[in-house]
Design a protein around this ligand. Structure first.
Ligand code: GLC
Length: 478
């Protein structure tokens, strides 16, 4: 099936004389072309994001800014690290991971990190109940992990990767701004997350931990890559949520005292759009997905990109095509009509189809849909439209960061490494390529290397705890 150039189709009238199949294809293209964003439109998104980033960094404008630019109290140094065993926790999606990270030196006195981990799924009632229920569950998982590894008697240092917006006062003290990604546990917002964890551990009383650092997953990813590549000064996640962090000049981080050096800033760009900056780019499907989400009006940029919403967006688009009589003979199955039934991994599966449509048919049959060849092609086009827009929009965000770093550093060519992670980034068959291409197009004069982080969240948290990266407080007080 031809992939008619997006946008251009929008204004084309479908001629009455077209054969019915051609007419159907053209109408589908008309619907999907709305997802295509021209480079000029992406540049406009970047311009607006830059503005919000500046406002987020400024003391006076911070409160109103949609992009909060939260200081993390993480600075990069090449100083040595402690060696030994660390516990790393990773909370940010439907899974919670506990890890044992052994930091040591190898023969060449380089760093060697070994990890063992266990994944626990977070029950719905812990995600949306009370903070105490959630943190009691976390403490229960740690206890189980320590028992299994015969570590209960040791008081180990712990690094916590907590992938939500946190207003830090230090590396081990930070207040949850608001939940994102379907978490709702009451009594956590506005509270010190490290205290919530310490209190839950104390309530159990069957083990002790020394909580030394709490970091965002973007920061942990950046740090874990920095450890292999000292040019890594940006971290990006495209998974359940979408976010990025980067090393900003201290002078610009107005919320923290001190002028020297750089501090890692967690942009929390997922909230971009809260001041109406994305209104002309959001489509009826985006508005519907937002309306039916747990946090309407929030995380609007994230809702255009991340895995939490991508499948649902495709589902809503497919329902539109069905309602126009362009798909499945105008009839949707019960499953397709059910919110959340179209998982984001289906988007990856469908776009991975090799051309015989087998993969597409089998994915659709799981949703109670029997699809003709043309139906399969149309579904694939819908997936591609949604994921391509996501990749390009995400590229615009990252290019905004990289361009500002180049300007700040007054370099003709900025050589930079980006540590990247997240299920969409890693598992979608074409997201990465389109994302990288968009970033390179929108951030010219930059020599960008992307590094996929392995176990970044845990390794990063442990490395920060081990002191590979000293906290700003230490650096600034020197
Ligand atoms: C959401 C969170 C953010 C996190 C991102 C990726 O956007 O608010 O803190 O980094 O998801 O997990």
């Amino acid at each position: 099936m031809p992939c008619v150039s997006p946008r251009r189709m929008m204004k084309m009238k479908v001629p009455k004389t077209c054969s019915s199949i051609l007419r159907r294809i053209l109408m589908v293209d008309q619907v999907l072309s709305e997802f295509w964003l021209e480079t000029e439109e992406l540049k406009e998104v970047m311009r607006r994001m830059q503005l919000e980033m500046d406002r987020g960094l400024g003391v006076v404008t911070h409160d109103q800014a949609s992009v909060k630019m939260l200081p993390t109290y993480v600075c990069l140094t090449t100083d040595g690290s402690d060696v030994g065993d660390f516990i790393a926790l990773d909370l940010g999606g439907t899974n919670f991971r506990v890890m044992l990270v052994k930091v040591g030196e190898d023969e060449k006195r380089g760093w060697k990190v070994e990890t063992r981990h266990q994944v626990y799924s977070v029950p719905e009632k812990a995600m949306t109940g009370t903070a105490q229920m959630l943190f009691d569950y976390i403490a229960e998982c740690i206890s189980d992990f320590l028992s299994k590894h015969h570590l209960k008697h040791k008081k180990l240092p712990l690094g916590f990767t907590f992938s939500f917006p946190v207003r830090h006062e230090d590396i081990d003290k930070g207040f949850l701004v608001n939940w994102t990604k379907g978490f709702k546990a009451s009594g956590a917002e506005g509270n010190n997350v490290v205290s919530l964890l310490r209190d839950a551990i104390q309530r159990r009383g069957d083990f002790e931990m020394d909580v030394v650092a709490m970091v965002n997953d973007t920061v942990a990813t950046m740090i874990s890559c920095y450890y292999d590549d000292r040019s890594c000064e940006v971290g990006v996640i495209v998974g359940t949520g979408c976010n990025a962090c980067y090393m900003e000049e201290m002078q610009r981080v107005e919320l923290v005292e001190g002028e020297e050096g750089r501090m890692c800033v967690n942009t929390e760009w997922g909230a971009f759009g809260a001041n109406g900056e994305l209104e002309e780019f959001r489509l009826e499907y985006d508005r519907r997905v937002d309306r039916t989400s747990l946090n309407p009006g929030q995380q609007l940029y994230e809702k255009l990109i991340s895995g939490k919403y991508m499948g649902e967006l495709v589902r809503v688009v497919l329902l539109k095509l069905v309602s126009l009589g362009l798909l499945f003979h105008g009839r949707a199955s019960r499953q397709l009509k059910t919110r959340g039934s179209f998982q984001t991994c289906f988007v990856s599966q469908i776009e991975s189809d090799t051309g015989d449509r087998e993969q597409i048919c089998s994915t659709l049959s799981r949703l109670g849909l029997s699809a003709s060849q043309l139906d399969c092609d149309i579904v694939r086009l819908a997936c591609e439209s949604v994921s391509t827009r996501a990749a390009r929009l995400c590229g615009a965000g990252l290019a905004s960061i990289i361009n500002r770093m180049r300007e700040r550093r007054r370099q003709d060519v900025l050589k930079i490494t980006v540590g990247a992670d997240g299920s969409v980034y890693k598992l979608h068959p074409c997201f990465q390529e389109k994302f990288h291409k968009a970033v390179r197009e929108l951030a010219p004069c930059c020599d960008i290397t992307f590094v996929q982080s392995e176990e970044g969240s845990g390794r990063g948290a442990a490395l920060i705890s081990a002191g590979v990266c000293k906290t700003a407080a230490c650096v600034l007080n020197k």
